[in-house]
Design a protein around this ligand. Structure first.
Ligand SMILES: [Zn+2]
Length: 315
């Protein structure tokens, strides 16, 4: 039993054939041209998928459906991309257009929800019934699993943990509000903080590491902190505090069994995760009375978007 999983991103669209055990087979990728309109991009995608299925000799009866993960505000119930800032898509009936173009049943969801579904079925989440998956990238994506089911909220528009409030009247967030967790704990925010720290401390190792990596990116403070640079350690500690305080809000609302971290920053592994664990264990309200929350790294990794989108048909 196969489904086609498609992961739509701001710079490329990736897809692949996935079986009901979460194994990925043949794949394709196409670039997304900036400022191309939504109809044109999806027409191109439909032509590519048809060619792809033919080239790899898949028959229509082999595929039970096409699952699609899209960044932004998605009405999964009606199959509509309400708004995607990265793609500049607006009120787009993606499910209908793909179904008409491809002739398969189509399901769509938010890309972070798709990744969480992959993790729940085939990865670190498989041993938990309730967890929060947080993707630490350009923004903060999140997927919520409650009692073994993906929780999307009314019309599929929930699970926007990154836009929960961390600081009243705080930093400007990309969503238009101020003080969201994303404005403090995304990779973008960490890079901004790193640049600011560098401006004040020309003697910091942050400068040398940035030079070696060719840019100031989110790995810079972690590399310099591992080497003992006090300014980098300060940055990492602040980052841990921002993210952990956000997580504790979630713990106190949902009390999940686990948090699964994914995205570029999660690749820092135990160096970062042990600090988050420590912070949460000492600051979590009701610590002594409540079960603790496991904090772990995602295990499905790079292909989770495609695998999770396909898994919409194996749920
Ligand atoms: Zn926001």
């Amino acid at each position: 039993m196969f489904a086609l999983g498609i992961d739509i991103g701001g710079t490329s669209i990736k897809g692949g054939i996935v079986n009901n055990k979460g194994k990925l087979f043949d794949t394709f990728k196409m670039p997304v041209t900036k400022d191309e309109n939504q109809d044109k991009t999806v027409k191109k995608l439909i032509r590519l998928v048809k060619r792809f299925l033919k080239e790899y000799h898949y028959k229509n009866e082999d595929i039970i459906g096409v699952g699609c993960g899209v960044p932004g505000i998605i009405d999964s119930t009606n199959g509509i991309v309400t708004f995607s800032g990265n793609l500049k898509w607006h009120n787009f009936a993606l499910k209908r257009v793909l179904e008409e173009g491809l002739g398969f049943p189509v399901k769509i969801t938010n890309d972070a929800n798709a990744a969480a579904l992959a993790e729940a079925k085939y990865g670190s989440g498989s041993k938990y019934k309730s967890f929060l998956m947080v993707t630490l990238g350009t923004g903060i994506g999140s997927g919520i699993f409650v009692d073994g089911k993906l929780y999307e909220g009314n019309l599929g528009k929930g699970a926007e943990f990154g836009h929960s409030l961390l600081v009243m009247d705080g930093r400007q967030c990309a969503c238009g509000r101020k003080g969201c967790l994303e404005a403090y704990a995304s990779a973008t925010a960490l890079v901004k903080d790193t640049r600011a720290m560098m401006e004040f401390h020309k003697d910091s190792l942050l400068w040398k590491v940035s030079e070696e990596l060719g840019s100031v990116n989110a790995r810079v403070p972690f590399i310099a902190a591992r080497e003992g640079d006090k300014y980098a350690i300060e940055l990492v500690d602040m980052y841990v505090k921002y993210l952990s305080e956000g997580l504790i809000n979630y713990f106190n609302t949902f009390r999940p069994e686990a948090v699964i971290l994914s995205g570029g920053i999660a690749e820092e592994g135990e160096f970062l995760i042990s600090k988050i664990r420590n912070y949460c264990q000492t600051h979590d309200y009701g610590l002594k009375m409540c079960p603790s929350v496991d904090i772990v790294k995602s295990s499905v990794g790079y292909d989770s978007g495609k695998i999770g989108a396909a898994a919409l048909f194996f749920d």
